[in-house]
Design a protein around this ligand. Structure first.
Ligand SMILES: CSC[C@H]1O[C@H](OP(=O)(O)O)[C@H](O)[C@@H]1O
Length: 331
């Protein structure tokens, strides 16, 4: 059920999500009854995070199948609008296509596939984050661990549990975590608003830091390892993730710290040989020139606001999915 553990689910013919734009001030649910409403929620990041986008894509096809019952052309047109709502996370199109493949079996078959995908997401991310937690315990001597993370990769970025933050949950449960250093993650502050909220909810020790302080934290010996999520992983292991991830990887390499990417295998795009071809979403300048709706730059200031960057695999210790380590120097 949404809110209790799940970030996104299907309730009485609608997609119901936790409205991530309202957090941390308010934990409220949004009921989305049409594909257009769902696309709007995806594009304003009310629902966000690669695995959660996969679930949204699949459930969105169920909405389309119900709305256009019997009109496969109309369903496919809505499915394409969904799949292109945000370009970088491969999971969105993957979820759409998973559900669309069941369309010949009818509306209920599409919904059944989408609900199966949601259940899978939780299991797969628990497995992937479990592998990554064990890898970090193998590679890091110090106990308990002090992890730095970027953006939000917890249950809010998935159906439940999460990827990199799933590692934190495993380690915390095993009493092997001292604290988390969470990058605020400008400009949309997924770390400050969402990761901090998740960790506070579970009384997991954390400190928030400006993105610009991540390298300094490593230089001061405050970090044992870095763990992040992913939005699209190329066949060679190059990884697209939230803007700022590449800088964190450079700093981790400089300080000889493990840098681990955790994602479900649905985030791997085997058709891309390397990260050079990953489409990186560019977002509105206002996300940079304004803070909480207040202009903080000169009127008319231009901005460079890519939502993602690519970390080359040579800076990644391990890319870990439910299948274990699939790329990186730890293979
Ligand atoms: C569990 S992967 C989450 C992944 O998605 C985030 O992007 P966004 O907040 O724009 O959806 C970020 O890249 C996270 O690492």
């Amino acid at each position: 059920m949404v809110g209790v553990g799940r970030t996104i689910d299907w309730t009485d013919g609608a997609v119901v999500i936790v409205d991530q734009c309202a957090l941390p001030a308010e934990h409220r649910l949004l009921r989305l009854e049409t594909v257009t409403e769902l696309i709007g929620a995806i594009q304003r990041l009310a629902v966000r995070g690669a695995p959660a986008l996969g679930a949204a894509g699949a459930l969105g096809v169920a909405l389309a199948a119900r709305a256009h019952d019997g009109d496969a052309g109309a369903v496919r047109a809505d499915a394409e609008r969904l799949a292109t709502a945000r370009p970088t996370a491969v999971n969105l199109r993957w979820g759409v296509e998973r559900a669309l493949a069941k369309l010949p079996g009818g509306t209920e078959a599409v919904l059944a596939e989408a609900l199966t995908l949601l259940d899978e997401d939780v299991r797969v991310n628990r497995e992937a984050s479990g592998h990554a937690a064990r890898l970090l315990l193998d590679r890091c001597e110090r106990r308990p661990l002090r992890l730095l993370t970027h953006c939000n990769t917890g249950r809010l970025a998935a159906v439940d549990w999460g990827t990199a933050l799933g590692v934190v949950r495993h380690l915390h449960a095993a009493r092997q975590l001292e604290y988390v250093l969470a990058d605020e993650t400008r400009p949309l502050l997924q770390g400050a608003r969402l990761t901090a909220w998740e960790l506070a909810q579970e009384k997991i020790p954390y400190r928030l830091l400006p993105d610009s302080a991540a390298a300094a934290a490593m230089a001061r010996g405050l970090v044992d390892a870095v763990v992040v999520g992913a939005d699209r992983i190329a066949a060679n292991g190059d990884t697209a993730n939230k803007i700022g991830t590449y800088a964190v990887a450079l700093a981790a390499a400089r300080h000889g710290l493990p840098f681990v990417v955790v994602a479900p295998s649905s985030t791997v795009d085997g058709e891309l040989p390397d990260g050079g071809a990953i489409v990186l979403e560019q977002r509105a300048p206002e996300e940079v020139t304004h803070v909480a709706g207040t202009l903080v730059a000169p009127e008319g200031a231009e901005a460079f606001n890519p939502a993602f960057d690519v970390t080359p695999v040579d800076l990644i210790t391990a890319v870990v999915t439910e299948h274990g380590v699939v790329a990186g120097s730890a293979r």
